[in-house]
Design a protein around this ligand. Structure first.
Ligand code: ADE
Ligand code: ZN
Length: 363
């Protein structure tokens, strides 16, 4: 009969170990709960890339502009890309229906509402003025609508935003200088300048002088580099453009000395996993290096890039990563903290959000 008593201490031991394990893993919250519950910042987002087909149809109709699609479904079906350029061609065509201040307001306000749903409490938004000024839309019209939406989000739910004007790198240095001149009257509303569009063949060095001029005016700088381009482009962005962050930067991993530098300097990489998948930077999310970079101590952040085109906003990116790499609650929390660490925020605000993340994960 003595053997019958054996299971009791055994079960007690198991129960005790579970409690201990929970204590050791610290978190009652599952990683997926952490994705939705934790505040985060988005640092790599092109406002023109948030143009959902439904809104595109609506704005095209009210502006009496014909688009080459019969339905929302047809638009979505066209979003099959084989590289960056095949995406950019469709992205610029879509942006062509934006004409009026109200259009830019509607576009931005719709994105900010998505932020609210995803617990994105701060967003640093790229916009491409040249895409619009080339069609005769004034810089003032573009930034006016974007700013009004940002002001509304701040008033309605306390969200903070910053604006980054990007130069299209497939255009000339001269055109970038002209864009910088157009941005100057709005200096107080624009935190920085960036560099986007077709990377290969348009290295950062092409824009070294315009970035130097922008820095003289107090703009911070960021640049897309190492998305499709080689690690040399990342070196140039660091050394010639003096960037505060690298947008994408995933190909930096091919250069070990560069990796050491990025880790030592805690140079943020604003990584966009679903974008990299859609644009065939990786064939499969399981091949993506974000988790590896995180484990090596790179200051990586998770972002959506052009969510209307790539199948998801920030939390969709987090969720896809979590499912692919079985990210832990601690890793999700680290990625959220990284987003504030890399943001253009004052230290006090940065610390406030990081403490909030700690408090929520400790609940
Ligand atoms: N413009 C919008 N999205 C971009 C991306 N992923 N790379 C370069 N330029 C862009
Ligand atoms: Zn981008």
């Amino acid at each position: 009969m003595q053997a019958a008593r054996f299971p009791y201490p055994f079960f007690i031991l198991i129960a005790f170990n579970f409690t201990l394990l929970n204590k050791i893993s610290q978190y009652a919250m599952t990683p997926i709960q952490a994705v939705s519950r934790l505040p985060k910042a988005e640092l790599h987002l092109h406002i023109e890339g948030t143009f959902e087909p439904e809104l595109m149809f609506q704005i095209a109709q009210r502006n009496h502009i014909a688009i080459p699609y019969q339905s929302v479904e047809e638009v979505r079906a066209a979003y099959q890309f084989h590289n960056l350029q095949s995406f950019l061609d469709i992205y610029y065509a879509g942006a062509a229906v934006l004409r009026h201040e109200q259009d830019f307001f509607d576009l931005t306000y719709a994105y900010l509402q998505k932020c609210r749903e995803d617990n994105v409490v701060h967003s640093e938004i790229f916009f491409d003025p040249q895409t619009h000024t080339a069609r005769g839309v004034a810089f003032d019209t573009v930034i006016g609508g974007i700013r009004r939406a940002c002001d509304t989000a701040r008033q309605e739910w306390g969200m903070s935003t910053a604006l980054i004007t990007c130069f299209l790198r497939h255009l000339s240095e001269e055109e970038a200088f002209a864009t910088l001149a157009q941005a100057l009257p709005f200096r107080e509303h624009i935190i920085g300048v960036g560099l986007d569009s077709s990377e290969v063949g348009n290295p950062p060095s092409k824009f070294a002088r315009v970035f130097a001029e922008a820095r003289k005016h107090g703009f911070l700088t960021v640049a897309h580099a190492g998305e499709e381009g080689s690690p040399d482009y990342v070196h140039e962005a660091l050394d010639l453009l003096h960037v505060s962050r690298i947008d994408h930067g995933v190909r930096a991993e091919e250069d070990e000395a560069l990796m050491q530098r990025i880790i030592a300097e805690q140079m943020p990489l604003t990584v966009c996993p679903l974008s990299n998948l859609k644009l065939k930077v990786v064939d499969d999310l399981a091949q993506h290096n974000l988790h590896r970079l995180l484990q090596r101590g790179v200051l990586v952040t998770v972002n959506s890039d052009d969510p209307a085109y790539f199948g998801g906003y920030v939390n969709d990116n987090f969720t896809a990563l979590q499912q692919t790499f079985a990210l832990s609650t601690a890793e999700i929390a680290q990625l959220c903290k990284n987003s504030f660490q890399a943001a253009f925020l004052d230290n006090e605000t940065r610390q406030k959000w990081c403490e909030r993340i700690d408090a929520i994960t400790a609940e």
